[in-house]
Design a protein. Structure first.
Length: 140
């Protein structure tokens, strides 16, 4: 589920990470390797950059696997993204905006700012992409 976030804290900032929806797009590692380093434990070192630098990189995570809470920022900033839908080659749909996911009973099951939705049909964490599109060699 999208709500299972690990937390990494400094005085100013809490970085939240959900490994179940991370598809290793690596925007975080490329953007700020001194903070996001999968070869280290913990892999997120919140003290190695300013809160603003970290927030800028977190906003680029396409799946919402990385989020933040800052003592200085509006916590609902997540939902203020300009709506955007991107179809990735042979991969998921990246969606940004105030996203509301409704189940077949009409109940809202998720309200997020960024998600990656499976397009290949093979994800074991539907409706989210879990990178299974590589395994099944999805062509689309
Ligand atoms: S940018 Fe997001 S999806 Fe990509 S590796 Fe980092 S946490 Fe995972
Ligand atoms: S598109 Fe990534 S698992 Fe289906």
């Amino acid at each position: 589920m999208a709500s299972e976030y690990l937390k990494y804290k400094s005085e100013e900032l809490t970085v939240k990470y959900n490994p179940k929806i991370c598809i290793h797009a690596a925007e975080c590692v490329k953007g700020l390797p001194k903070v996001f380093n999968p070869k280290k434990k913990p892999w997120v070192e919140v003290g190695n950059a300013s809160a603003d630098e970290i927030i800028e990189v977190i906003k680029k995570c396409p799946t919402g696997a990385l989020k933040y809470e800052s003592i200085n920022k509006n916590k609902n900033e997540e939902l203020n993204y300009v709506p955007d839908i991107k179809v990735t080659k042979n991969g998921p749909l990246f969606i940004k905006g105030n996203i509301s996911l409704i189940n077949s009973d009409g109940e809202e099951v998720l309200n997020e700012g960024r998600i990656a939705l499976c397009r290949c049909g093979a994800s074991e964490n539907k409706p989210f992409c879990d990178n299974s599109h590589y395994k099944v060699k999805f062509n689309g």
